[in-house]
Design a protein around this ligand. Structure first.
Ligand code: SF4
Ligand code: SF4
Length: 93
């Protein structure tokens, strides 16, 4: 299952997507270690499978929370995306 966490407003769409078919919560948990804002958390989906989620309390603030990783010029690769060995994380902006 592909799960989108985030929101849209007048300025754009701010979603982080986790593809559960790629993420079976790897041992390294690179996304948790790499994110300076600690937005990821391990949980279970409706089928009792382990999944990586974006914490509920940050989902409506992603534009601001991720701003440090997304300078308007010379944007480097995103730590969370780079850290995932299974290419399970994508960002809409
Ligand atoms: S690094 Fe990727 S595969 Fe590992 S837990 Fe995070 S999202 Fe899942
Ligand atoms: S872009 Fe940065 S702050 Fe946002 S989820 Fe990825 S590592 Fe965390």
């Amino acid at each position: 299952m592909i799960v989108h966490y985030g929101y849209l407003d007048a300025s754009g769409e701010y979603f982080i997507t986790v593809d559960d078919s790629k993420c079976s919560v790897c041992i390294e948990k690179g996304c948790i270690k790499a994110c300076p804002k600690s937005i990821f958390m391990e949980s279970e989906n409706d089928y009792g499978e382990k999944v990586m989620m974006v914490k509920d309390e940050v989902r409506k603030m992603l534009k601001y929370i991720c701003a440090e990783c997304k300078p308007s010029v010379n944007r480097p690769p995103l730590p969370c995306v780079t850290a995932c060995p299974y290419d399970a994380i994508t960002h809409s902006w």
